[in-house]
Design a binder for this molecule. Sequence first.
Ligand code: UN1
Length: 507
Amino acid sequence: MEKVLKALGIKDINDGCSTGKNFFASGDIIESYSPVDGKLIAKVKVANESDYEKVIQVASEAFKVWRNVPAPKRGEIVRQFGEKLRAKKEDLGRLVSYEMGKSYQEGLGEVQEMIDICDFAVGVSRQLYGLTMHSERENHRMYEQWHPLGIVGIISAFNFPVAVWNWNTALAWICGDVCVWKPSSKVPLCAVACHHIWNEVAAANDLPEGISCLLVSPGSIGEKMCEDGRVPLVSATGSTRVGRIVGAKVAARFGRSILELGGNNAIIISNHADLQTSLPGIVFGAVGTAGQRCTSTRRLIIHEDIYDDVKNKLINAYKQLVIGDPLNEKNHVGPLIDKNAVKDYLTSIERVIAEGGKFIVPGGVLEGKGYESGCYVKPCIAEAKNDFEIVQHETFAPILYIMKYKTIEEAIELQNGVPQGLSSSIYTLNMREMERFLSASGSDCGIANVNIGTSGAEIGGAFGGEKETGGGRESGSDSWKAYMRRQTNTINYGTKLTLAQGIKFDI
Ligand code: UN1
């Protein structure tokens, strides 16, 4: 790992790591342990309150310069950042895997998402289109244009330690905003690595300090950002609990937020499904990233005619799963992020049983060789009811609930019958059923898929969900609009003043 860290610009692993431009860290030292083997990876210096003040000042100054750089030129900087990511994909993917615990393939996939969003943002940098409209007044022209907002505060979660930051930054940068990032303090090294990459691009282009800033902090810095009127937009990814606080604090000062919070994603498996091709997608959705994606599949709603068949197929598929070191590509499932996550997993299992659920694939914590970190758990499946309190709740672990349905209406009702609304899917070859699921009376989620699972969304679409998922949209489509302010302009090029709405006012 030391070689990987060096290749990513991380030196001084015992002495703070995060020094240099765009790092604001003069506080205490925290330690980053890998859930893979429980070993200390490095020590990282964190930000304190005075660092926060400094970062806002530096970022504000940088904004004054960056907002005037033509958008396509800002796009060129993002293109260069994407090129650097291509060159460092293996190293960064490996660090993501080791520090967070997801499989190496998924670590690479995460860096690929960064590369893709950079490519996307480069194109968008030439397409920040506003509309023109016809004025109701003679010799008047009306149009709208989009201007940068200022400082974008980014609060990100441990499960996507690099990609989600870059979904926000790639767009924010081309929009002319500057970014201040508070990553999860469970994965600080991934954030440090990203900033070393940014710094290379910034230095090669003589960019001022402050366009991309890092504040690693386990403390209350995120809260400060939410309360700070100098940060017009806060984009937060995390639990619904955290999002509720962020949303309220930002709204109280009329700031804007993009919230990407918890999911409770279901797949409907119809009796018209092609089970042969569906199974791997279903299992990946439930156990990939050890169930720690906001898009992870948590519930399977299965037609009663095929319920037993699917159940047996799932039991067999789960028997094939190999759990272990995520850097070993033979393993399917890695560890949970830390021992607290293991505790939550165990508590959830107890609650399922207490509410009357029945495990058909039992869970448990793995012990012994290769599992010394104490973070490896068995993916498990329980027959449960949708209205169990625990089923209504998002547990960030590989626990899958299965339940039966009779009619497609009932299946959709179950799928929608949770407080969260991120991702959903139906497996069917029946066109009527599919369209029903996708119609206005179908899935109420931000993402609704057919014959693919709930996780693994592409960056090209807008990403986010409804209800307690928070309503924000990040990544593709026209999500860039959230990072800008809209201005409507009316120009009178005539020789008379005409008031709108036909109002006469002669003096
Ligand atoms: C998340 O878990 O916060 O759709 C993001 C997916 C990934 C992103 C997940 N592209 O599963």
